[in-house]
Design a protein around this ligand. Structure first.
Ligand SMILES: Cc1cc2nc3c(=O)[nH]c(=O)nc-3n(C[C@H](O)[C@H](O)[C@H](O)COP(=O)(O)O)c2cc1C
Length: 337
């Protein structure tokens, strides 16, 4: 069985919520999925059930934590270690002001001693049989010379026995750039990640950042152990239909986007019965169809009607009518039912 980390989807606040993850599972059974980041403080002081809610169909599933206090992170790990997550990942890459104010995320790349204390506390709390503790990092931050500081940082992770490291292959600029800009600027530097893999061949190195086609992801596997895909997986979910055949050598759980939606429907209808609004489920579907006739009307129908209080699955059916009727002549196997 190939390891799930060969292809993973990135943790993305507000995007990779539990409903998206259940939908993603209708497209790939084998990719490793990540939650949105949850702070250790929220896990320790907040509503644990709500913050960690997930459906077993989402497995294998990694929980991402944010934090910089070893005691609090350890306590958070103790609270979640038996909840079904196969991995607990520490966020060392997020540049947002809110995260910086809490002195965690990418800001921690400047403080390897603290990171080491955090991760060791998390490993101890997870125990030998608990979820694997991993780190998601940047190449560096601000004016760090990443050619020097990154190998030193990885050396620290290696020393404390972090087996798998996810590297978002660009630096984070903490002053002056928005989180969105920090996902475009400065340029990606894949060769530095390849060099890290050569220098630490016994560690599992996962490349993240700017991967936007299945072929590009496949090519990376000649240099690194796995890929993590964020925006492209979310904005072009049809790409997830390639994941099981291409990376795991088995067929996809659905033969088309239509079939995937059929699989998603019972989950959505259960949620509607529990009183959740349709828009919570359909907001993840707007990127389903690109460049096929009717895609615009599909998106418009969802965004104009899914928020209505009585909206049910018939909204999705109506939106799909635009695709089915006008894409009949499009020879895209993903559109075949
Ligand atoms: C909307 C959004 C939210 C994100 N939230 C997180 C997060 O909670 N934790 C994290 O480590 N990275 C977060 N990221 C960064 C992604 O995990 C990923 O590292 C980044 O988007 C680069 O990968 P990509 O080019 O494949 O999108 C977020 C990215 C986006 C677009």
């Amino acid at each position: 069985m190939k390891p799930a980390y060969l292809y993973s989807t990135a943790p993305m606040m507000d995007w990779t919520d539990r409903h998206w993850r259940v939908f993603a599972r209708t497209l790939t059974r084998h990719a490793l999925l990540y939650t949105e980041m949850v702070t250790a403080a929220a896990i320790v002081h907040g509503n644990l059930d709500y913050l960690t809610a997930h459906d077993p169909s989402e497995y294998p599933l990694a929980l991402q934590l944010g934090g910089s206090n070893p005691t609090e992170l350890a306590e958070a790990v103790r609270r979640v270690r038996t909840l079904g997550f196969c991995e607990i990942n520490l966020n060392l890459g997020c540049p947002s002001d809110r995260v910086q104010a809490g002195s965690f995320g990418a800001a921690l790349m400047a403080d390897p001693n603290r990171v080491s204390a955090c991760l060791m506390a998390m490993q101890e709390a997870a125990g030998a049989t608990g979820p694997e503790i991993t780190a998601k990092i940047r190449l560096g931050i601000d004016d760090q010379n990443e050619e020097d500081t990154l190998p030193a940082f990885i050396q620290m992770l290696d020393h404390i026995g972090i087996q798998r490291i996810i590297i978002h292959a660009r630096k984070a600029i903490l002053g002056g750039l928005s989180p969105k800009q920090n996902r475009e600027i400065p340029p990606l530097n894949y060769p530095l990640v390849y060099q890290i893999k050569k220098q630490f061949p016994h560690r599992t190195i996962i490349l993240n950042g700017g991967l936007n086609s299945t072929q590009q992801c496949q090519e990376q596997l000649a240099q690194v152990d796995g890929v993590m895909v964020g925006r492209h997986a979310y904005q072009h979910p049809a790409s997830l239909l390639d994941v099981d055949p291409v990376f795991f050598g088995v067929s996809a759980p659905a033969s088309s986007m239509f079939a995937a939606l059929d699989h998603y429907r019972p989950y959505v209808e259960r949620g509607l019965k529990e009183g959740l609004p349709l828009k919570h489920f359909t907001r993840h579907l707007v990127g389903l169809f690109h460049e096929v006739p009717g895609a615009r009307l599909f998106r418009r129908t969802l965004s104009e009607t899914a928020h209505r209080p009585d909206a049910d699955w018939s909204v999705v059916d109506s939106a799909l009518n635009y695709i089915q009727s006008s894409a009949r002549d499009v020879h895209d196997p993903r559109l075949a039912t």
